[in-house]
Design a protein around this ligand. Structure first.
Ligand code: PMP
Ligand code: GLU
Length: 406
C-alpha cells in the first residue's frame, strides 16, 4: 500500500510500544521486570472513579462542547490562578484526549510547512513526530554538555528565521531535571522580545522531589501569557492515564484554532472521563503527595544501588517525574564487546532477551548513550530488576551471551 509521505515520515511511539510489549510478555507468563512504564503504578483514587460512575448514572453519556464541559474548564482556570497566579477565561482553555492530543492540536494550529520548534534534548519521544506530522521541523538542542540544562545560550545557538517556538518540559521526561528559575526567566524575556511561543509541558509538575519548587514561565511575568501555551493533563498527577484527559491554556485565537481542529477530528473527549477529571482537579492533592513520596523513596533506592552496586551505569539524579536516565556507555567499553553491544537499542534487546528486563533505549529520546528506567513500578520489582541489571552488565555475562549467539 502506498502510504502518505506524512505517515511514512514518522515512527511509532517507542515508549508506548515497549510498555505494551512488557505487558504482553507478562500476560504470557514470562517473569518480566518492566522499567518501561510511562504511567504511575497506583490505582486511580476512588473518589475520581465514583465521579465517573455518578456521571454515567446521571446520563452524561452524550456529546459535550468540543473543548470540554464548562465546569471542567472553569476548574482548570481556577487551578491556573491558584498554582501560577495566571488568570484565564474558559475561552482560553481546551480539554483534549490527553496532554498528547492538546500538543498535537497545538502543532497543527501553529505550524506551517518548514516552521521550526526548538526542543531541548533529551526530549519526550512524541514531540518530534507530532511536529513533523504538522509539517514543522523539530530542531534538537542538545543539553548534555550543559549538565542536561537548557538555557538561553543553547536556545540562541539553535535560533533561525523560521523558529516559531520552544518546548519547555520541566521536570523533564526522560531526565527528570527541573529548569533553573534564572534560566527560565532569561528564556521567557528573550521569547517575548523575539515573538517566540513558549510551549510549557507541565505534566510532571506535581511530582517533584527534595522539596524543590515547580516554576514555569506563567509565574515569571503576567505579560508572558500572550506568548505561552501551557499544556497539562490529569494523567500522571492523579494516575489517570487511561482516562485520556489533558488540556491546554493559551491565547484565545490559538485555542479557537485548536478547537476547530479538534471539532473535525475527535470532537469532545469522553464525556464521563471529563467528570472524573473535574473531581480530580477540584479535589485535594493528598493522593498525589503520597504517590510522590513513594516515588522519591524508589528514586533514592535506585540511585544508591547504582552508586554502590552497578558502577558501570551512571544515572542522572532526577528532580522529579518517575524516570532515571542512565548512562550506559561504560558498559560497552568495559565489556570490550563494542562490535556487538554498542547502542542503547542493542543494550535493551540484550537486557530483555537474556534477563527479561525492559527499558527504553535512550536513542528514542535523542541520546544513544543512555537508557530510561521508569520507577513507576513496585519496590520488589525494582529490587529484582536492579539485581538482574547488575548481573547483566558483568563483562563475563555479555561475552557469554554473544558467544552463544554466534
Ligand atoms: N508530555 C510528556 C512529557 C509526557 O511524558 C507525556 C506522557 N504521557 C505526555 C505529555 C502526554 O500525556 P497524556 O497524553 O497521557 O496525558
Ligand atoms: N509519556 C509516557 C512515556 O514517556 C507514556 C507513553 C507515551 O505517551 O509516550 O512513557
Amino acid at each position: 500500500m502506498k502510504l502518505s509521505c506524512r505517515a511514512s515520515s514518522i515512527k511509532p511511539s517507542a515508549t508506548l510500544a515497549i510498555t505494551a510489549k512488557a505487558k504482553k510478555l507478562k500476560k504470557e507468563g514470562k517473569n518480566i521486570v518492566s522499567f518501561a512504564a510511562g504511567e504511575p503504578d497506583f490505582d486511580t483514587p476512588l473518589y475520581i472513579k465514583d465521579a465517573v460512575k455518578e456521571a454515567l448514572d446521571k446520563g452524561f453519556t452524550k456529546y459535550t462542547p468540543v473543548s470540554g464541559i464548562d465546569e471542567l474548564k472553569s476548574a482548570i482556570c481556577d487551578k491556573f490562578k491558584a498554582d501560577y497566579g495566571a488568570v484565564y477565561e474558559n475561552s482560553e482553555i481546551i480539554v483534549s484526549c490527553g496532554g498528547k492530543h492538546s500538543l498535537y492540536n497545538l502543532f497543527m494550529a501553529l505550524l506551517d510547512d518548514g516552521d521550526e520548534i526548538i526542543i531541548p534534548s533529551p526530549y519526550w519521544v512524541s514531540y518530534t513526530e507530532m511536529i513533523k506530522l504538522a509539517g514543522g521541523v523539530p530542531v534538537i538542542a542538545d543539553t548534555s554538555a550543559n549538565s542536561f540544562k537548557f538555557d538561553l545560550k543553547i536556545l540562541k545557538s539553535h535560533l533561525s528565521g523560521k523558529t516559531r517556538g520552544i518546548i519547555i518540559n520541566s521536570p523533564s521526561n526522560p531526565t527528570g531535571k527541573l529548569m533553573d528559575e534564572s534560566d527560565l526567566i532569561d528564556i521567557a524575556n528573550f521569547a517575548r522580545k523575539n515573538d517566540l511561543i513558549i510551549i510549557t509541558d507541565d505534566i510532571y509538575e506535581k511530582i517533584i522531589f527534595d522539596d524543590r519548587r515547580f516554576f514555569n514561565v506563567l509565574m515569571v511575568d503576567k505579560a508572558l501569557k500572550e506568548n505561552t501555551v501551557a499544556v497539562n493533563a490529569v494523567s500522571k498527577t492523579y494516575s489517570m492515564t487511561g482516562f485520556r484527559i489533558g488540556y491546554a491554556a493559551g491565547p484565545k485565537d490559538l485555542i479557537a484554532a485548536m478547537n476547530n481542529i479538534q471539532s473535525q477530528s475527535t470532537s469532545n473527549p469522553a464525556s464521563f472521563a471529563q467528570y472524573g477529571a473535574l473531581a480530580a482537579i477540584k479535589g485535594s492533592l493528598d493522593f498525589t503527595i503520597k504517590m510522590k513520596e513513594e516515588f522519591e523513596k524508589r528514586r533514592n533506592y535506585m540511585l544508591e544501588y547504582f552508586e554502590n552496586e552497578i558502577k558501570s551505569i551512571v544515572p542522572l539524579k532526577p528532580d522529579g517525574a518517575f524516570y532515571i536516565f542512565a548512562d550506559i556507555s561504560r558498559v560497552f567499553k568495559e565489556s570490550a564487546m563494542e562490535e556487538n553491544i554498542n547502542s542503547s537499542p542493542e543494550f535493551c534487546r540484550y537486557l530483555l532477551d537474556a534477563y527479561l528486563v525492559t527499558a527504553v533505549p535512550g536513542v528514542e529520546f535523542g541520546n544513544d548513550n543512555f537508557i530510561r528506567l521508569s520507577f513507576a513500578t513496585h519496590f520488589d520489582m525494582i529490587k529484582e530488576g536492579l539485581r538482574r541489571i547488575k548481573d547483566a552488565v558483568r563483562p563475563q555475562s555479555i561475552k557469554e551471551y554473544y558467544k552463544n549467539k554466534k
